[in-house]
Design a protein around this ligand. Sequence first.
Ligand SMILES: NC(=O)c1ccc[n+]([C@@H]2O[C@H](COP(=O)([O-])OP(=O)(O)OC[C@H]3O[C@@H](n4cnc5c(N)ncnc54)[C@H](OP(=O)(O)O)[C@@H]3O)[C@@H](O)[C@H]2O)c1
Length: 298
Amino acid sequence: MVVKSFKLRSGAEIPSIGLGTWALNGEEGYNAILYALKHGYKMLDAAYSYFNQDYVGKAIKESGVKREDIFIVDKLANSWHTAAEECLDITMKNLDCGYLDLWLMHWPSPLNHHGNDPKTPTLPDGSVDFEKNWTYVDTWKKMIEIQKNKPEIIKHIGVSNFSIEELENIINETGVIPEVNEVELHPSNNQQELYKYCQSKGILLVGYSPLGSSESTFFTNPELKEIAEKRGISIAQILLSWGIAQGWPVIPRSQNPARLSANLDLVDLTEDEIAKVTAIGNAHKRRFVLASWHTFSD
Ligand SMILES: NC(=O)c1ccc[n+]([C@@H]2O[C@H](COP(=O)([O-])OP(=O)(O)OC[C@H]3O[C@@H](n4cnc5c(N)ncnc54)[C@H](OP(=O)(O)O)[C@@H]3O)[C@@H](O)[C@H]2O)c1
């Protein structure tokens, strides 16, 4: 069923669909974010490392939408794990939106804060330059402390790109369970084991790259095309409706006004349609998002 929102463990509501803001840069990106807010998007998925927080903040202001009517997600960048509070301060200055509904650790990958690149510092041999005496467990401890000290700025904390093992590590070390784990989720990467584990802990998965990102192969899949045509909707609408029916919010990105609006117009898929989409994905397993600073356990 296409629910309007999901509940976090704390009881707070999170919209079932939000706008992904990665790669929404410059005037074109700004116009897309503004359009989305003016046309019904209630959640924005932002990040320090998207280097567009100022545009996101400007669009929030210009949209005229009340702050309390938008759920704003932002993320601590990899190269700021040892300087998390400073990253948060810059984020709040850029967004100028008063508070974050959800602050995530972007990846369990602390990179050298004093390295040779603001996003992906490297060593002379070209390999990724990680922090030497710092782990993502230290980062989680820091995020817990920051939220405790600034509850008016950070409403909820969570993580992103965490495996079961990585979740176990931070939970066992701190006793604090993240409210959200934002991960790549679509039919070709439905992460059922992680989903079950997170359900058992009260962690909500949020589905990123729900359309398969920029290199998506879904839009040319003949079986998905057939399901979409039968239903009289687009493949994107099928994928997003499928994600919400699985039990997670989705955060698609588009720069195109017509597609932004269409992506909000979702349907209740039948059990049969859901099963078919799941089977299509299982037959074509794939992750679309890979990063030099992280190795996925699968
Ligand atoms: N936490 C993390 O590490 C992480 C990693 C990756 C992504 N994310 C988040 O997840 C968001 C979404 O993922 P994503 O940006 O990778 O990709 P996505 O939303 O899966 O796919 C975006 C692509 O789909 C196209 N598209 C959108 N709607 C469409 C439609 N109705 N019909 C046909 N094509 C359509 C877009 O092109 P047009 O613009 O031309 O419509 C764009 O090329 C990101 O923006 C980011 O906020 C988080």
